[in-house]
Design a protein around this ligand. Structure first.
Ligand code: COS
Length: 380
């Protein structure tokens, strides 16, 4: 067993850390206030190779492993979880999905733009009545021979307004239940596609989350992913990897809040001494450090499983379940350590506490992770 990162991993971590400090930190409070999408920053992340890290080099991807990806996700998320969710969706849902299951034509046409930041992707599974219950798709894709016709509404879609290409999950044959679901690549400019209102969110306010409407959108057959009926499996497999990315995001939020709290406890004085000298604070720091280290091990193990070609449904679900709880616990304690300062925007930790919550909800709620985990361990 070797817990040491390679030199290359360390370089990737450092590059993400530098980017977070120099490019994300300066405007992060303002973007959160104004609900402003980090457009410039995402463009630069694309130029630096962070938007398609694991994708095939022949389509502009970095060809890197999942460990590299989670290291980058952690560092970006320490500073700006709104930017990091954009990175996560594009990398682990959209690029990975097309790279792994797409045709050469789809990769040529779409992946090569998504990996470089020239285009942005969104993953559209959730509906008003199909969030956790993902098999209950109301959006329909009717087979018309050489094309499908899409109708329906998708909800809470990350990158909804800013994306160029959308992976859309829809029901083709209701009789066949989940085996009658398909996944398609849809272009923003296509007739009948409409971006709905933007959500006014509690956290990750810099990311844009929208509903999407499909009104008789004509999708060429060549834009279907995989065989007829592969859409639900595609969504599940893609989300399994996505959950490792969100677990890394949660880890990053926790680690960012922890680092700020540690520094604060060394400078803020109360009762004549730095607050770190009070056991009430020191013990909080001890708990935070331990929880983060445990979460990091779970995240790394899930990434490692994926890189080794082993099943990562269970380890990814455990990593997301635990890391998102740690993000909530640690960011809440970070606000407590900062006291009154923790409750104002300038000190960052209140934003981290708001941002942390979504990691227990998106790409499968904590309750869904428990379904995945319990089914997996009880089947033996
Ligand atoms: N990889 C591949 N296939 C998978 C899979 C995975 N990780 N998980 C499930 N499947 C397959 C099953 O093998 C089954 O296929 P077969 O009928 O061929 O055996 C099929 O999918 C249906 O699986 P299951 O019967 O377990 O479906 P359920 O309706 O019980 O739902 C959960 C399973 C709850 C795990 C699933 O609906 C889920 O993950 N929901 C949450 C979705 C989500 O993350 N939403 C957030 C939106 S994205 S922000």
């Amino acid at each position: 067993m070797d817990f040491k990162l390679t030199e290359e991993h360390e370089m990737i971590r450092q590059a993400a850390k530098d980017f977070a400090k120099n490019e994300l930190l300066p405007g992060v409070i303002e973007r959160d206030n104004k609900q402003e999408f980090p457009r410039e920053q995402i463009k630069k992340l694309g130029e630096l190779g962070f938007m398609g890290m694991m994708a095939s080099p022949e389509y502009g991807g970095g060809g890197m492993d999942t460990i590299s990806y989670v290291l980058a996700m952690e560092e970006l998320s320490k500073v700006d979880a709104s930017a990091s969710v954009v990175v996560s969706v594009n990398n682990s849902l959209v690029c990975w999905g097309i790279d792994t299951y797409g045709t050469d034509l789809q990769k040529e046409k779409y992946l090569s733009k998504l990996t470089t930041g020239e285009a942005l992707g969104a993953f559209c599974l959730s509906e008003p009545e199909a969030g956790s219950d993902a098999t209950s798709q109301k959006t329909t894709a009717i087979d018309k021979g050489d094309h499908y016709v899409l109708n329906g509404t998708k909800n809470w879609i990350t990158n909804g307004g800013n994306a160029d290409f959308y992976l859309v999950i829809a029901q083709t044959d209701r009789e066949k239940k989940h085996k009658g679901i398909n996944a398609f690549i849809v272009e923003k400019s296509w007739e009948g596609f409409e971006v709905g209102p933007k959500e006014d969110k509690m956290g990750i306010r810099g990311s844009d989350t929208h509903s999407l409407n499909f009104n008789d959108v004509k999708v060429p057959k060549e834009n279907r992913i995989g065989e007829d009926g592969f859409g639900f499996k595609f969504a599940m497999k893609t989300l399994s990897g996505g959950r490792i990315g969100i677990a890394a995001q949660a880890l990053g939020i926790a680690a960012g809040a922890y680092e700020l709290s540690k520094e604060y406890s060394k400078t803020r004085k109360a009762f004549g001494t730095e607050i770190m000298n009070h056991q009430a604070i020191a013990f909080k720091i001890a708990d935070m450090h331990t929880q983060i280290e445990a979460a990091r091990h779970l995240v790394m193990k899930a990434a490692w499983d994926k890189d080794q070609g082993q099943n990562y449904d269970l380890s990814g679900a455990m990593a997301k379940l635990y890391a998102s709880q740690v993000a909530m616990d640690v960011s809440t304690e970070a606000v407590q350590i900062h006291g009154g300062n923790g409750y104002v925007k300038e000190y960052h930790v209140e934003r981290m506490m708001r941002d942390a919550k979504i990691t227990q909800i998106y790409e499968g709620t904590s309750e869904i992770q428990k379904i995945v985990i319990s089914r997996s361990v009880l089947k033996d």
